[in-house]
Design a binder for this molecule. Sequence first.
Ligand code: PLP
Length: 362
Amino acid sequence: MQTDARTSEVTIHVDLAKIEANARALTRHLPDVAFVGVTKVTCGSPAVARALLAGGVTAIGDSRLANLRRLKDDGVPAPLWLLRSPTPTLAAETVRVADVSLNSELETVRALGAAAVVGGRAQRVVVMVDLGDLREGVLPQELPGFLDAAERISGISVEGIGTNLTCYGAIVPTAANLGRLVELGEAAERQLGRRLLVSGGNSSTLWRALKGGGIPERIDNLRVGESIVLGVDTVTRAPIDGLHLDAFVVEAPVIECRVKPSLPSGEAAQDAYGNRPTFADRGERRRAICAIGRQDIVPEGLRPLDPRVEVLGASSDHMILDVEAVDPPPGVGDRIAFIPNYASVLQAFTSAYVVKDFTPLA
Ligand SMILES: *Cc1c(COP(=O)(O)O)cnc(C)c1O
């Protein structure tokens, strides 16, 4: 029986050596592509950033200035990329903490240029192009005009173009849309008269590069988070050969373990989240309740390490497990371990109630 009070808290364990090994395997596979390692799912953890760099990524990206600020203050030795466009009023802070930012509005680029002139350091800008996923980016036909205007703004250095896929519209990278990106990149190079960077997307483009027919050679940059830290492809959520799938493990303590009917009794209305749940009658079953809920994780995104344990559901602070097959059954205070998906890792790092432990689970 463990006595440390911390064992009664929900904990996310991070195995930095596995994150480093995953990064190394992927960067070695694509030696001609520069990887921006993305830390946003861990709220800009400096320890995770260092593991990514040790594994061969050459820059660190995050969507939030607060996270980049944390990385910079911690002395993480790499160029920092701001992946989500700032607003014009955040231009000064952006220029202070980000070496590179992704942009799709000239008003913001003008504000960045003005702040960069004051700060005495050029802001490197990657112009985002929307190739159909309908999140950020100018439309392809708008790109030449945008580049022309951005190029004239003092304090701004146009580094290249980029795209983002499989985020909002669930559009996957294909020979067609990546081919279009390369065409646009080559046209931009002719327009500006110099070599530019072509940033071909996120984990979904990486997967195509590894498995799905390859990516054009001219793509020389990818911004990768999920596939490195979770070891999965983001199009199919299939494991990537040779990568660790358990760099993160979530643990939560059992607070009740009793045999109960599997059907609720009484008059049914809505659950705590406004849903009308349905239940299958499996007779009386042994169920455990863990002290974890939606305020800590996304319950649907937790896979119990012990395959005999089944997640039945959760409210904001209780999670119900079927443990009928576990013999002997878990006792009160025992900890149940789960592999979290991306949404659950994000929620665990964002939650003030979850202990972040950077020592691997023994
Ligand atoms: C989050 C993000 C990424 C990384 O996405 P993954 O799917 O985690 O690899 C890359 N680029 C941008 C612009 C992002 O917002």
